[in-house]
Every structure is written in C-alpha cells, then in structure tokens.
Design a protein around this ligand. Structure first.
Ligand SMILES: Cc1cc2nc3c(=O)[nH]c(=O)nc-3n(C[C@H](O)[C@H](O)[C@H](O)COP(=O)(O)OP(=O)(O)OC[C@H]3O[C@@H](n4cnc5c(N)ncnc54)[C@H](O)[C@@H]3O)c2cc1C
Length: 404
C-alpha cells in the first residue's frame, strides 16, 4: 500500500469523539500523554444529537475533578430519586435516604459540548469529519488508524494515517474497530434482542412531576423524564416497526396518559411536541474488550437497554479503568494494568447488563406475555418497593457503583 502523504505519530490514537473518546483524550492530555482523536461527524451534528440524560454521581465527579467546565454542577439538575409507578400508584424512592447518593440530569450533548470545549481550550488534536476506513497492525507495537477527510472541499481519496503505541476504539455501537477484529480466535459476542422499542418525544411543556417516573402499566412501559424547566423528554414502549408519522400529538398524549393513569388522577402536563423518534435497543457485550494493542471502550464494546440509564456512565467507567492502565504503562513501562483492562472493565459491564436487563424486564410488557408473567412482574415491583433492602438494591445500582 502507498504510504500516506499525511502521517501523524502519537502515543494513543482514539477512534471516535463521543463522550468516551473525548474524556479519554482529555484525561491523557492532562497527564502529558500525546493523543489524537479521529471523529466521523462534525461538531454541530454531535452537539444536536439527543441521547442520554442521567449521570451517576461518579461521572459528575470525574468531569469536574478533571477540569472540564463545571456547568454540570450549575446547569445540571440533581435528582434525589425516582418514582416507580405500577397498578396506577406511585412509589417514590429517595436515594440520599437509601444509599446516600444522587444522580444528575444533564444531557449528553451538553457533556459533549463541555468535553469538546476542554479539548479545544487545552490544544487537543480532535479531527472532526474524518472517517476511519482501516485499523491495521493491531498485533504489533505500532497499530495504525487510516482515515479520510470527509469535510466539504477536502479530497476524500487521500488516505491519512495516525501511527500510535495504543489504539482505542471509542466509536460507538456500530464500532468499525470491533468489526475490524471480527470473530478472531478467542473473541465472542453476547447479545439479546427485545421485542419492543421506545417511542421518544421532546415537548415544550412544564415538568409533570419533580422526579422521573418509571411506569409499568397494562398498556406497556412509559418513562416520564425531563430536560429542563420548559422542555421534557418522554418515552413509551412501542413496536420496533412503529412509524412516527402515524402518531399525531393527540394520539401520543393519550397513549402516554393512559400508561400513568391511576386512582390518584395524576395528569401529565402537555405541550407542543417538536421531536419524535423510535429507539430500538438490545443488550450486547464483546469479550474480550481488547485485541493486541487495541482496546475498546463504551458502546463500541457493549450496549445496554436505556431503562437503567447506564450506557454513558458505563462508557465513563471503562475510560477511567483504561486511563489508569495507560498512565501506569507510560509512567512505569509495565503492561500489567493494560493486560488486566478487559477483565476489570467487564466485571462492571456485566453488573450493569444485569441491572439494565432486570429493570427492562420488570417494567415492560412483552407482546406475547401471558397473564402469569404480567402478574409476576407486578409482584417483583411490590417486592422491591415494599422493603428497604429492595429499594436499596435498586437505588445503589441506579446511582452507580464506585469506579474501582
Ligand atoms: C435515546 C437514548 C437515551 C439514552 N439514555 C441514557 C441515559 O440516560 N444514561 C446513560 O448513561 N446512557 C444513556 N444512553 C446511552 C448513551 O447515549 C451511550 O451509551 C453513549 O453515547 C456511549 O458513548 P460512546 O462515546 O461510547 O459512543 P458514542 O456516543 O456513540 O460515540 C461514538 C462516536 O464514534 C464516531 N464514529 C463512529 N464510527 C466512526 C468511524 N468509522 N470513524 C470515526 N468516527 C466514528 C461517531 O460519530 C460517534 O461520535 C442513551 C442512548 C440513547 C440512544
């Protein structure tokens, strides 16, 4: 292959500038470890993509302690609990009382804005609009990222190359890096699909309740979430093939309302809907999360259903473990922590998989569920909410386990 005319040499090459890739880049730079981030999309597109909203206490601390702008503390909305609603009744859980912890509602696109700004402020090398087309020499000490510049006016036929010591795949659930390894010997994918999806809306409306409501109803699951004082995020369980065009605002509001209806006459606060989407999901883990000199972090290695609000938090936890291993590698020359990265990270990954699967199964109704299964899920919810140990289990998992 012809040598690229534009080759960069760095210590850590990172594919993907989502929250995982940018946080790792930020932490490495603070320790003086050179790195380059190669990101497919432009800054504006990522900034305007609505995804996660709940940050665990540890994720907030990681951002603030590492010197990212403290907007998460001033603009983020600290939440002290959730409301589990079933049989038409509310069951509030108070996290500070149960486990001395809280979570913070702060949209993922704002996390991205803060991290991107920190990289810019500190002179970070983040190459937006750059599509990775190859990752090679992964079993050597000089793996390489090849990419093309897809920005307007650039020549997309020119191949650029980043040579590094360590290559990190932080390129999300459809990960090019993961697929490049394929099913090499010793690699295994674990996955399950769900027979339902989430219909998500953004609406200009006041908050319907002080805390998020997770509702199990005879008509299926609903999540009454929030964005700000004037914009709210809500979801209801739907068929994965649902077409948003078939849903008028009135139809959406009556579907959401009937999923939270109850003897307390609780009423959602409504308003114009300005965004509608259908979100499919699955549970997925790639093992191991490394291959030679390449390490996977975040959604590139695993995805969880959104019910447990774990995806972004798990990505940050991976990054923390990998950062410590890289720091040790560059300061002592020892690969011990790097070699143990996958095993360490996977322990938390499987805990989060278990919690997310459990929340999803308990709160949703399978289209083929028999009456026994429906009643059993209600029994489980009663179990969880009626004992302090049950409430504590949910609260501890939701607010997050320590990072190490
Ligand atoms: C609707 C929704 C709600 C969610 N709610 C929550 C929540 O409340 N709490 C929570 O913790 N998680 C939540 N999640 C999950 C969370 O959004 C993800 O887990 C998180 O984005 C993972 O971050 P990441 O950096 O690993 O991947 P991503 O954010 O997907 O970033 C990967 C980046 O890699 C880039 N990329 C991909 N391919 C290439 C390529 N070939 N070349 C260069 N770059 C490439 C992409 O453009 C992307 O910017 C939610 C997700 C969705 C969809």
């Amino acid at each position: 292959m012809a040598v690229s005319p534009q080759t960069t040499r760095t210590q850590v090459g990172i594919v993907g500038g989502g929250p995982a890739g940018l946080l790792l880049s930020h932490l490495l730079s603070k320790q003086g470890i050179a790195n380059v981030v190669v990101e497919l999309r432009d800054h504006e597109t990522i900034k305007n993509t609505h995804r996660a909203g709940i940050l665990e206490q540890q994720a907030v601390k990681t951002l603030v302690d590492s010197g990212v702008d403290g907007r998460v503390l001033t603009d983020g909305d600290e939440h002290e609990g959730i409301d589990l609603r079933f049989n038409g009744e509310s069951h509030p859980l108070n996290f500070p009382d149960l486990v001395d912890a809280t979570v913070t509602l702060y949209a993922q696109n704002q996390v991205f804005v803060d991290l991107a700004e920190a990289r810019k402020r500190d002179g970070g090398d983040v190459r937006y609009e750059s599509e990775v087309t190859d990752v090679v020499d992964l079993q050597t000490d000089t793996p390489k990222i090849r990419y093309r510049d897809v920005s307007e006016g650039a020549d997309p036929t020119v191949v650029h190359e980043v040579q590094c010591d360590i290559l990190v795949g932080a390129d999300g659930s459809r990960s090019f890096c993961r697929r490049a390894v394929g099913q090499a010997e010793g690699h295994r994918d674990f996955r399950i699909e769900y027979p339902f999806a989430w219909f998500g809306i953004l609406t200009e409306a006041p908050k319907s309740a002080p805390e998020l409501i997770y509702a199990n109803s005879p008509h299926g699951f609903a999540l009454i979430s929030q964005r700000s004082e004037t914009v709210q995020r809500m979801y209801f369980q739907c068929n994965p093939s649902e077409n948003v065009e078939d849903w008028s605002d009135d139809r959406i509001w009556s579907e959401l309302q009937r999923r939270v209806d109850g003897p307390d006459a609780f009423q959602l606060k409504t308003g114009p809907i300005f965004d509608k989407s259908v979100l499919g999901f699955r549970s997925f883990v790639r093992e191991p999360m490394s291959h030679g000199s390449m390490f996977l972090v975040g959604d590139a290695a695993h995805t969880v259903p959104p019910t447990g609000a774990k995806g972004l938090n798990l990505a940050f936890a991976d990054v923390t473990v990998l950062f410590e291993a890289l720091d040790s590698f560059y300061s002592t020359g020892s690969r011990e922590l790097l070699d143990g990265y996958a095993e360490t990270a996977l322990k938390r990954v499987w805990k989060a998989q278990s919690f997310s699967y459990w929340m999803t199964s308990m709160l949703h109704t399978r289209p083929d569920a028999d009456p026994f299964e429906t009643k059993r899920a209600l029994g489980e919810l009663e179990n969880i909410t009626s004992t302090r140990f049950g409430q504590q289990y949910l609260a501890e998992s939701y607010t997050g386990w320590p990072h190490s």
